[in-house]
Write a protein that binds this ligand. Sequence first.
Ligand code: B1M
Length: 211
Amino acid sequence: MELLDQISENLQKGKAKAVKELVRQAIDEGIPADTILNEGLISGMDVIGAKFKANEIFVPEVLIAARAMNMGAALLKPILAEDGAKTTGKVCIGTVKGDLHDIGKNLVRMMLESKGLEVIDLGVDVTAERFVETAQKEGCQIICCSALLTTTMGVMADVVKAAKDAGIRDQVKIMIGGAPVTQAYCQQIGADAYTPDAATAAEVAVALLKG
Ligand code: B1M
């Protein structure tokens, strides 16, 4: 079986140690880090998502797979950080209030850091006020919000409103993403950018910082 398929299969089985070893092997074989991430780790997580939706697996299995995903991704972080030109800028990122999904958010953070940006990670379950207070206090040029639930994506509109109410809307860009989020929603709430994946998020953040 091809190495990337083995990574995906082992991630689905929650075998974190095997995933780590296979990711290391893939790196040693010269497979590009973004290919390992997308075609090994994320593709395995996609299968988990489909099975979770179909009630074929449940929360414990998903959590074990998530752990394997994070362990594999951690090995890729320093390699992704070596790639390409560096930009300066400060970003705060978090998963919105009521939402505990952090795998995608962590990948976005990793890709932002790989571009040289300073990232303040607020974690999960972050209120609109906390995003805005952090941006104000720390002088962040960009706020990145992640949401994975249709019931929590509304908090992103609250972030836009809170930034307006705090008088910093013209000083901070608001980027949004996560599986249920769309370009149409971005326009509807008046955020600055929607991106479908972590690599694009980092590219768009750099473009926004360059003005
Ligand atoms: Co949850 N869950 N979950 N879950 N979970 C989903 C999201 C769901 C779609 C599964 C399903 O039923 N089909 C569904 C949501 C339905 C909906 O609202 N439409 C769901 C549900 C219902 C729930 C619970 C309510 C289940 C329950 O308890 N009954 C519960 C809610 C808990 C809560 O948050 N309050 C719950 C819990 C969990 C776990 C804890 C078990 C676990 C999370 C573990 C963790 O994150 N540490 C979990 C997981 C893992 C998933 C699925 C299976 C996988 C999500 C994931 O990590 N994908 C998910 C199914 C799915 O998405 N297909 C599901 C991999 C990740 C790399 O992708 O996060 O989309 P993603 O990130 C991408 C892009 O979206 C983008 O870049 C990333 C990489 O390229 N991106 C951004 C993400 N954030 C961005 C921010 C940006 C830009 C881009 O800012 C600029």
